[in-house]
Design a protein around this ligand. Structure first.
Ligand SMILES: [Zn+2]
Length: 250
């Protein structure tokens, strides 16, 4: 007991200080809630709230289950991100069955990124799309960031390659941010790979539908799978953090 007492005293002395620190609003608050609750498609959204009011950013990673850098970046953002202002929502992997099987498509259904804005009565891809689209419509974030990967460099593979690119649909929504990023990327200040812009998002993608149906700014990161995984994850995180700083969350 002799050894325990000082420890107990320390806890008693420190605890009120910690409480006061949290009450003062100096730490971000991390919360979680479920979508499609009670169904086989149930998924979790993490919410990180900064101490000060500010913009809302919504991040969706792993719409394609085999695009592991976006899924890993999403996991690290949930665990490690600390913001000073606003709110950050993160869902990753959005396609849980595809991620578990390391496959692009939703198990038993099609391509989640061709299923937006979705259908709550449709197949599993359409149901997931409807739930995520519904959250974005309800929250009306100031920016949505969509994390993907591509197997071919931009412009190769008969023009279908998207590697090392950032996709937008409406330049007016995200042009200032993306132009600023490109200059810093070109100067070697952010990101390891060099990125290019490409537009628009394909039909049925979260990028095109959030942009055109909701008028909410959105961009999609496409890292190139032939590069080392840590480099791809580092680039995903660097671009996300660049956007969070640009919007004043960090
Ligand atoms: Zn993808």
């Amino acid at each position: 007991m002799k050894r325990l007492l000082p420890v107990l005293l320390c806890i008693l002395l420190i605890a009120p200080g910690v409480a006061a620190f949290e009450e003062a609003g100096s730490l971000p608050v991390v919360d979680r809630y479920r979508i499609l609750e009670g169904t086989e498609l149930e998924n979790e959204i993490t919410v990180i709230t900064g101490a000060e009011d500010g913009p809302t950013v919504f991040i969706v990673g792993g719409i394609h289950g085999n695009e592991v850098a976006g899924i890993e970046a999403g996991k690290r953002l949930k665990a490690e991100t600390s913001i000073v202002a606003g709110k950050l929502y993160i869902i990753a992997p959005a396609n849980q069955s595809g991620a578990a099987a390391k496959k692009r498509y939703v198990d038993g259904a099609g391509d989640l990124n061709r299923a937006f804005p979705g259908d709550p009565e449709g197949d599993n891809a359409q149901r997931i799309a409807a739930a995520i689209f519904g959250e974005i419509e309800k929250l009306r974030p100031d920016l949505v960031i969509d994390l993907h990967e591509a197997n071919h460099d931009l412009g190769t593979n008969d023009g279908y390659g998207l590697g090392n690119s950032i996709i937008y649909t409406n330049f007016d929504d995200v042009g200032d941010l993306l132009f600023s990023f490109l200059l810093d990327n070109e100067a070697g200040n952010v990101g390891i790979s060099k990125y290019s812009l490409v537009e628009p998002g394909v039909a049925g993608s979260v990028n095109r539908t959030v942009s055109r149906l909701l008028g909410i700014p959105i961009f999609t990161i496409e890292t190139l799978t032939s590069y080392p995984l840590e480099q791809r994850v580092a680039d995903q995180l660097a671009i996300v953090h660049y956007a969070l700083r640009f919007y004043g969350l960090e």
